[in-house]
Design a protein around this ligand. Structure first.
Ligand SMILES: [Zn+2]
Length: 162
């Protein structure tokens, strides 16, 4: 039987990292980052898996990487900006507190349908067309995020979408 300490230790080792409000980052991540597009960065292996999936579903032209790796100050700024513009309830629903976002690991990515005026906090990722194809590909190696945003992460790295 594993003790809680052991499980906690395992939540922050290797490429399988659990980060959320109940499991904040205890040590800053130091991922090897590569740029996907437009300054959006992702951990090297996650980026390769994402690119492969996008190619497989023909989604390179139709799906936009909206937000990938974030530093702690960037996550703080997103929290502060959203709080000022949208209020606490919205912010708590769609934005993770600093150190509670998987984006700080470099293993989380928010994707949206490529279009004018992409919503940074809630990118549009409809259940049709190439976005649907991408979601279906998730059953074969990519896991789509939960309810809160269009986030998708590669391979076994799962995002809660914040
Ligand atoms: Zn996200």
């Amino acid at each position: 039987m594993r003790g809680e300490g052991t499980v906690r230790d395992l939540t922050c080792t290797g490429p399988l990292i659990l980060v959320n409000a109940a499991h904040p980052l205890r040590v800053p991540a130091d991922p090897e980052l590569v740029e996907l597009e437009g300054g959006v960065q992702l951990e090297r292996r996650a980026a390769a898996a994402l690119r492969a999936c996008l190619r497989t579903v023909g989604g390179t032209a139709g799906i936009l990487p909206v937000s990938g790796w974030r530093s702690r100050p960037e996550q703080q700024a997103i929290w502060d900006d959203t709080l000022a513009k949208e209020g606490l309830a919205f912010t708590q629903s769609y934005v993770a507190m600093p150190d509670c976002s998987e984006h700080q690991t470099g293993l989380a990515i928010d994707l949206g349908r490529r279009q004018e005026n992409v919503d940074f906090i809630r990118p549009y990722f409809p259940d049709e067309g190439v976005c649907r194809a991408f979601r279906l590909a998730g059953q074969q190696g990519l896991l789509c995020s939960g309810d809160n945003c269009g986030g998708v992460v590669a391979a076994s790295w799962r995002s809660t979408g914040r």
